[in-house]
Design a protein around this ligand. Structure first.
Ligand code: PDD
Length: 282
């Protein structure tokens, strides 16, 4: 039985319910985070909590006071559920309001949910051989930097990938690679590690930021600049990053082989550094 946190209460998952008038349910009016715990220790929790604050600010959503207690809430859920390696899903919506009206309620009563999520283990060969991806149009809005629960374009993109036997859908806006449906995308172009700048067109991933720092430490040249789909097809290496997938090589995109079809040296060095960091800090 999984115990979760909802609005001040610790409850079995089956017993935890929110109103059908919750604005998260009616309008996808909310923000979220996913934080990873390694051996019972959080990885980059502070960075995730800061991004939650930024997302809430961007959505003009007042976070409840309990957000200050999130580290303690998660620690209790870890203990109660006897977990070590897990993800935590944190969601805050603008809460229940009556009647259904688009404009924000004058006095919102935000909903706060925290629940553990099992780590989906990757297919055995994903790390050693890399995964495949497809490209799809980026149908999202102009504030992708807000980690909003409004994920329909992302959900549709990921489902297309699954239907076509691919691991990830890479989103393309005006010929430019923005990010993955739930990941950031990096390419090695002429020996330089490139990724889309962290502006309103992508979610500034915590893993993305760590990888940029690790690249600097490893003296790998980096360029936070947009690149096109054509450039990506001809890249030496492509990989994705996220809290749940860490650093994962992409060796085939839209049926085209990337580089020599094997995970490349830059990807592997960064993955190993990342792993060492999660062992140290996580
Ligand atoms: N997704 N871009 C998008 C659109 C994302 O949804 C995510 C994370 C990322 C990577 O961010 P980070 O490195 O901070 O996890 C990039 C989470 C894991 C999810 O929705 O499950």
């Amino acid at each position: 039985m999984t115990i979760i946190y909802l609005n001040g209460e610790y409850l079995p998952l089956e017993k935890a319910t929110v109103s059908v008038e919750d604005r998260g349910f009616l309008f996808a009016d909310g923000v979220y985070e996913v934080v990873r715990y390694y051996q019972g220790r959080p990885f980059q929790l502070e960075a995730h909590l800061q991004r939650l604050q930024r997302s809430a600010q961007g959505a003009c959503l007042p976070l409840p006071k309990a957000v200050a207690e999130l580290p303690a809430i998660i620690a209790r859920l870890l203990a109660e559920n006897n977990l070590q390696d897990t993800n935590f899903y944190i969601e805050c919506t603008r809460g229940t309001a009556h009647p259904r009206t688009h404009a924000f309620p004058a006095e919102p009563h935000p909903t706060l949910l925290v629940m553990p999520q099992p780590i989906h283990s990757l297919p055995a060969e994903a790390r050693t051989r890399g995964v495949s991806a497809i490209t799809v149009p980026d149908l999202r809005w102009q504030r992708c930097d807000i980690k909003s629960i409004m994920l329909l374009p992302n959900v549709m993109a990921k489902t297309q990938a699954r239907e076509r036997g691919a691991f990830e859908a890479i989103l393309v806006r005006d010929g430019i690679v923005t990010e993955g449906s739930s990941t950031n995308i990096f390419a090695v172009l002429d020996g330089v590690l490139a990724t889309h700048p962290a502006n309103h067109h992508i979610l500034g991933g915590i893993t993305r930021q760590i990888v940029l720092q690790l690249a600097a430490a490893l003296r790998i040249p980096v360029r936070e600049e947009p690149f096109t789909v054509e450039q990506m097809y001809h890249a030496q290496e492509v990989f994705l990053t996220s809290t749940t997938s860490e650093v994962l090589p992409i060796t085939q995109i839209d049926g085209q082989t990337i580089g020599n079809g094997q995970p490349g040296p830059v990807t592997m060095r960064l993955f190993q550094s990342f792993q060492r960091m999660t062992e140290r800090e996580g």
